[in-house]
Design a protein around this ligand. Structure first.
Ligand SMILES: [Fe+2]
Length: 487
């Protein structure tokens, strides 16, 4: 259509074209068209082609994608592209915002990007929408349909008034009309929810106040901004309207420029808000997913560590896992909360980690240990403490590893702590550990029967074991009639 070569000598066509182009350019008043034209050697057609390309080659989706994936290098490249193209068409505000964003991306100022990303997008979309409204025939349909066109529902019994709204707004927005509350609600059910509702206050049958109250009660529609149109500059009507949930008032007869400006500002605000809500949702989900992954990874890591510990000692397969399980059972009886149970479970799984530092031939010696060998075995609690001392986030892990062989009467090792001096987690693990040791097969003996174990623990209350923890263990044993604890 704008192929100048074929029409070179057709004067009337040229005149038409110039007329058309300058008219369109006049309507692009939201751009600095003088600047834009300068970049295009003052060739109006060239300029309009560039403006069309600006819409068709928009980087909106890419900006969203890179923002959400925190890919700041690619984000920077795209804001740079936006900045350059904005200069070309004379979109000054967009250019300066994009420029600042590019600098922030270069400096790795993610906080600035987070604070300004949605505003940049809102502005960008607004420019795209406005261009598309002014020169739809210059923009490839396929591209322009990707820009969301807002839908405005006008509810007014006056046909003339609906006509004015439509006349003023239909180039930028989709306009839907209803002449009564009934018609409005009927149409609402059968279509996608509009982005904004322009509502007349005074109407026969249902008036604006009744309609908005009904609307706000419905979860599907309560988020849609409603703007009242009213004849009277009456304070009580306005106050009542805000009370009902209206976001703004426009006085009739409608002033076209004011109507456009108000609607545009409200939509921008709501659009921003919706985007922010979406972002919060996406980011929250992201954090939840990541923390779930981290948690699973942590648990798997602990399991592997526990297996490594148990692999050292051929007589204690599954010991760490079982001690953790008994410790959790004890914790539950002692009223631990979820967090405490998790901590004691980890402490149980790692309590024997120091065995990694003991020579295999001593750990796995089938006959009785010499005094020296026994001293080496005992050092596993100190070694364990050394290995775990830097894990401060769960200090129970360190305490259990170092002190699970302390005795309540102060005769244990490595530090000879007594009674409440021994951290509670170590007193719990001590009981769980002893129970598992007695019920498990050792190189030199089979696992002891439950009643013998029970008596050992009962006899050890206040000596080897914390009386309270030990008593809880006795209850657990008594409830375990079929002796399935040690499976
Ligand atoms: Fe131990």
């Amino acid at each position: 259509m704008y192929d100048g070569d074929n029409m070179e000598h057709d004067e009337s066509y040229l005149n038409d074209k110039i007329y058309d182009s300058s008219q369109i350019i006049e309507k692009l008043s939201f751009l600095n068209t003088d600047d834009g034209l300068k970049h295009c050697m003052d060739d109006a057609d060239f300029y309009l082609d560039i403006v069309g390309t600006f819409v068709e080659d928009n980087v909106l989706e890419e900006l969203k994608k890179y923002y959400f994936s925190n890919d700041w290098d690619s984000y920077r490249v795209k804001v740079h592209a936006l900045k350059s193209s904005a200069t070309y068409i004379g979109a000054e505000t967009l250019w300066s915002k994009a420029k600042r964003m590019e600098e922030a991306a270069k400096q790795g100022d993610i906080e600035y990007i987070n604070l300004n990303h949605h505003q940049l997008l809102a502005l960008y979309e607004k420019v795209l929408r406005n261009i598309d409204a002014v020169m739809p025939e210059r923009v490839n349909q396929e591209y322009s349909s990707s820009i969301k066109k807002f839908t405005i529902f006008v509810v007014d019994d006056s046909r003339l008034n609906r006509q004015v709204v439509s006349e003023v707004l239909s180039d930028i927005y989709n306009i839907v009309e209803a002449d009564s509350g009934d018609s409005f609600f009927q149409q609402l059910e059968s279509r996608n929810a509009p982005d904004l509702i322009l509502l007349d206050v005074h109407m026969p049958r249902e008036n604006g106040h009744e309609i908005i109250r009904k609307l706000k009660k419905d979860e599907k529609y309560t988020h849609i901004p409603v703007v009242f149109m009213t004849n009277d500059n009456d304070l009580s009507t306005e106050l009542q309207g805000f009370d009902d949930g209206a976001v703004d008032f426009i006085v009739k007869p409608l002033n076209p420029a004011l109507l456009r400006a108000r609607i545009s500002r409200i939509l921008e605000l709501y659009y921003l808000q919706a985007n922010l809500q979406e972002e919060v949702q996406i980011r929250t989900q992201d954090i939840l997913d990541k923390s779930r992954q981290m948690y699973a990874f942590f648990e798997q890591l602990l399991q592997s560590l526990a297996k490594t510990i148990d692999a050292k000692d051929k007589y204690t397969k599954g010991h760490s896992d079982r001690v953790a399980r008994y410790a959790v059972m004890l914790g539950k009886r002692m009223g631990y909360n979820e967090d405490q149970l998790l901590r004691i479970k980890y402490a149980g799984m790692l309590h024997d980690i120091g065995k990694i530092g003991i020579p295999d031939e001593i750990i796995n010696k089938p006959s009785k240990l010499s005094a020296d060998e026994f001293a080496i075995i005992k050092s596993h609690s100190v070694i364990g403490g050394e290995i775990l001392k830097n894990i401060t986030a769960v200090e129970e892990i360190y305490s259990a590893a170092r002190w699970h062989h302390e005795r309540y009467d102060g005769m244990g090792y490595p530090d000879g702590l007594k009674g409440q001096e021994i951290p509670e987690v170590a007193r719990v693990i001590c009981v769980a550990d002893a129970y598992d040791a007695m019920t498990s097969c050792r190189g030199y003996r089979k696992g002891l029967p439950q009643d013998v174990v029970r008596k050992e623990i009962a006899d050890g209350l206040g000596a080897q074991f914390d009386p309270l923890v030990g008593t809880n263990m006795l209850q657990i044993i008594d409830e375990d009639q079929d002796f399935d604890l040690h499976d």
